[in-house]
Structures are given as structure tokens and as C-alpha cells.
Design a binder for this molecule. Sequence first.
Ligand code: ZN
Length: 227
Amino acid sequence: MKVLIKLGVISSALFFMLARNVDLIRIEQPDEDDFKYMQRTIDYTLSIGKCLEQPFGASIVRKRTGEVLCYGVNTVSQSPTWHGETKAIENCAAIYPDQGNNVTFWKELTLYTTGEPCPMCSAAILWSHIGRLVISTPMEVFAKSGFEHIPLRYTQVAEHANTEHSANLVVVEGVLSEITDPWFSWQFDPKGKCPHGCHKEGSKCIETSDAEEPKKPQIPDNIKLEL
Ligand SMILES: [Zn+2]
């Protein structure tokens, strides 16, 4: 009897593991539009501030029609759960109030983010049924700089979500991270260099009013950047 119970436990655990790992996220290479829309997300974030202490910006795009539906930027000074990604999702929901439960609407959208989603935002992306996620700076970069974070990757959140939520999420990593990585390098380093267009005042980076235009990003030759 004991053996039977044990076998039952093992087989249900095995079933659970298998069920959990079906339709996991899929990592893909960026396409031409990913560079274009990440650049737009970067431009949006810079329009909020060139020296943001929390430079996490996001946009949500319907690539099929070429529409940027909404943006969001980290505003934890106003609400502790307003990260770039959750704010963008909230902004989209406010702009499209009838689409909250419409999985078809969210499924064809791509979320671009300047920093890898935290566990809360990863879960929000899965709950939203957003079909595609494009990330610039990975968590390890801002974690190493000293940013407070919960050390759980979006891949781990997706692994533990049920298959309905994690099914077919396509992820692209590291798009234009050469631009965004330096944004996260100065906040906890007294000697840290400020991002382009900012200068040090005490421990803060302050916007320099007469800053020159930043250098063009290093984008692969086969990618055209037309905004
Ligand atoms: Zn977050």
C-alpha cells in the first residue's frame, strides 16, 4: 500500500513538473523593428529625465500595425508598485478600457523595457497575456550596481506560472543594452560616472542643460533605424 501511495505521489509530482514545463517561454533573436521600438522606449525614458535614479521605462507596441499603444516609467515615488512595466500595462488598460479581459488584444502586443522585469512585473506580464517581451539591460547589471531587487529571473517566474499564462511568451534579450547599461551604473557608486547629459552634484546626477547630442548607438549594420 505504502509503495502504491509513493508511486502515486511520484507520478503526480512528475505530471505537475511536466505540465509546468510545457510551452515555456521562447528566447528569440531581435528583428529590425525591435531596435526601432527599443530606441523609442529609450527616447521616451530620456524625455522623462536624462539622469533618472530609477531609469526603468517601458512601452507596449502592436507591431502588426506599427502602433505604440502606451508608455510607462518607474514612478515608485507615487506608488510602490508602479514600475515601468506595470505602469505601461496600467496606462494601456486606461486607454483601452474595454480590453481588460480580451486575451486576443494583449496576446499580439510586445512590451519593451529598458531593464529586465522584476518578479512582480514578470507576473503582471504573464497575467496580461502579453505575447512578446523585449529587454534591454539584464537584471545582473543593475543588481551588481546595488539596485534593490528580488533575485528571481522572469524565466523562473514563467516556469512556475501555469501553462495558460506562460504559453508561447517570446522573449528577446539585450536589445540596445549598450545604451541603457550605463544608466544603472552610478546610483550607488560615489565615484560613478553620470550618464550622458548629466553631471555630478554631490552624490546625485543632475541634467546638464547644454549637453551635446549622445553618440549614435552601435547597431548592427543590417539594421536600419528609422523613427
Ligand atoms: Zn518591476
